[in-house]
Design a protein around this ligand. Structure first.
Ligand SMILES: O=C(O)[C@@H](O)[C@@H](O)[C@H](O)C(=O)CO
Length: 496
């Protein structure tokens, strides 16, 4: 609480000079509401909202009395108070008319940089975006994610609107929980309902599986798709028996789940909402025709999606550029984009971090109406700051990540060439950050975030987490700069 008294006094008098060197004042956060004045500050690495004045906002914010005001911690309860008084701190949906960018923040520290990076661009930020996998691996809750984003928005005085995505949710209990907590977007991960290997089966094999479906279901699909051609914004799509049956076997169960979730939860919401369907985290590549099939079924059942994430050809591995045939990608992407446009939703690009080779293609065909998810790359920028500012910590993280890679591979599919990672003892402290320019090192550090952040020493104390946070706190401006540069490059290359 050192030094807060003088800032509270200044706030009371309405002239913040921020001359107190023990307290960092986030001047952009200054707000007046009726007879209360607020500002965010940091002292000894801890942030507070200082409030002076009177009225219900002053009374509702909970904190310690200091002089003429209060120092309120960034608690969940105080976040809810901010949400009640300042609309811009509440996550909101964006619909289909503007591009959005998922800016996953595994540490709860990246949003100030993200806000700076997208300000004034043709894209809205989904600042709160964490998958159940990420929350589990980092031991965080959905509320931790929502609190961090709302406080960042307040800190930066950013009133342009932001979203909160319950990302890659599979279970109904998680859907319910996330909706109750106030997310504005849900990414329904249907991968558990999509069998793999269907594409490789013979017509006889798939036909005999299809024949096990009730007769009315078989008739339904045959009548809707066989012997017809669909004109999708100039692309002709028609299904032969084998293709149709394979799509039914691949997507029928997933479609049932999508319709169920939409009818049970999404359609009943009394607020605008961005509902995204994800069929990307599976080995089954979504051809444009399969995409059409899924979208056509959803539309006929009244399911309104704001975005849909197909599994594109090639590989969208975490934290590195696109792997695969770029020409084929462009051919297919152009059709995916036309299909999305035809059905009136945004194409969603998952694992969108660092896909610089294909961003111009995505920009060209989606024409600014797209959703791109990033997450791990924001964590990697944090690791870059650690490498530059705390070499000793970086060296320990690096060694630990390589030793524990096997464990992380249970959750992520990556194929790093480990031999291409220079031995740690051959790299000087000044050059440690270069590891963040090596694909294999990036991938290793990308997927081991959970293991690193939750590692404990023999006494059960955090092995890295506290020092990691402390370093980033000390170098918060460097982290902001890094993100502005890196996410700025993403946004530039995407033409947004
Ligand atoms: O790591 C995760 O679980 C998530 O960040 C991603 O799968 C996310 O959906 C994404 O695509 C970020 O690029």
């Amino acid at each position: 609480m050192e030094g807060l008294l003088s800032v509270i006094e200044e706030l009371y008098q309405g002239k913040i000079t921020a001359s107190n060197t023990r307290v960092k004042v986030y001047k952009k956060s200054f707000k007046e509401h009726e007879q209360a004045r607020l500002i965010m500050v940091k002292t000894n690495g801890i942030r507070y909202i200082l409030v002076v004045g009177k009225g219900s906002l002053f009374d509702d914010l909970q904190g310690e009395n200091i002089g003429k005001g209060k120092a309120c911690p960034l608690s969940h309860e105080n976040r809810l108070v901010l949400n009640r008084y300042f609309d811009y701190t509440v996550p909101r949906a964006f619909g289909t008319k503007i591009a959005t960018m998922g800016l996953g923040d595994r540490l709860g520290l990246a949003s100030p940089g993200h806000i700076e990076a997208i300000k004034g661009r043709l894209v809205k930020p989904i600042l709160a975006q964490q998958s159940i996998r990420e929350l589990t691996l980092t031991n965080r809750t959905m509320n931790d994610m929502l609190d961090a984003a709302a406080f960042a928005v307040f800190q930066e005085g950013y009133e342009g609107g932001y979203g909160a995505d319950g990302d890659h949710i599979k279970q109904e209990s998680d859907i319910q929980m996330a909706l109750e907590l106030g997310i504005s977007m849900l990414t329904l991960d249907c991968s558990d309902y999509i069998p793999t290997g269907i594409g490789a089966k013979s017509l006889e094999e798939v036909r005999s599986e299809f024949e096990k479906y009730p007769k009315d279901v078989q008739d339904y699909y045959n009548e809707r798709y066989l012997h017809q051609t669909f004109d999708v914004n100039g692309v002709a799509i028609s299904f032969d028996e084998e293709t149709l049956i394979k799509y039914v076997l691949e997507y029928d169960e997933a479609l049932k789940y999508m319709v169920h979730v939409y009818n049970e939860y999404i359609s009943k919401l009394d607020r605008d909402f961005d509902f995204e369907i994800s069929i990307d985290e599976t080995e089954t590549i979504t051809s444009p025709m399969a995409h059409f099939f899924v979208a056509n079924e959803l539309t006929s059942k009244g399911v309104k999606v704001i975005s849909l994430a197909p599994r594109f050809c090639g590989e969208f591995q975490k934290g590195i550029d696109y792997i695969g045939d770029v020409e084929q990608f462009e051919r297919e992407l152009s059709e995916h984009a036309l299909i999305a446009e035809y059905f009136g939703y945004k194409l969603s690009i998952h694992s969108g971090s660092d896909k610089f080779r294909v961003f111009p293609i995505i920009a060209k065909h989606t024409k600014g109406i797209v959703h791109v998810k990033t997450a791990g790359t924001n964590w990697l920028e944090a690791v870059r700051v650690i490498a530059k500012t705390n070499p000793y910590l970086y060296r320990r993280l690096h060694t630990f990540a390589l030793r524990n890679l096997e464990e992380a591979l249970k959750y992520y599919h990556i194929t790093p060439d480990l031999d291409s990672i220079a031995p740690l003892d051959s790299v000087t402290d000044e050059n440690l950050a270069d590891y963040m320019n090596n694909d294999a090192a990036r991938q290793v550090l990308h997927v081991t975030y959970g293991i690193i952040l939750t590692a404990k020493d023999d006494n059960g104390e955090p092995l890295f987490k506290e020092e990691f946070y402390k370093t980033l706190d000390e170098y918060e401006d460097e982290y902001i700069e890094s993100l502005v540069h890196h996410i700025g490059n993403h946004v530039d290359t995407l033409g947004l």
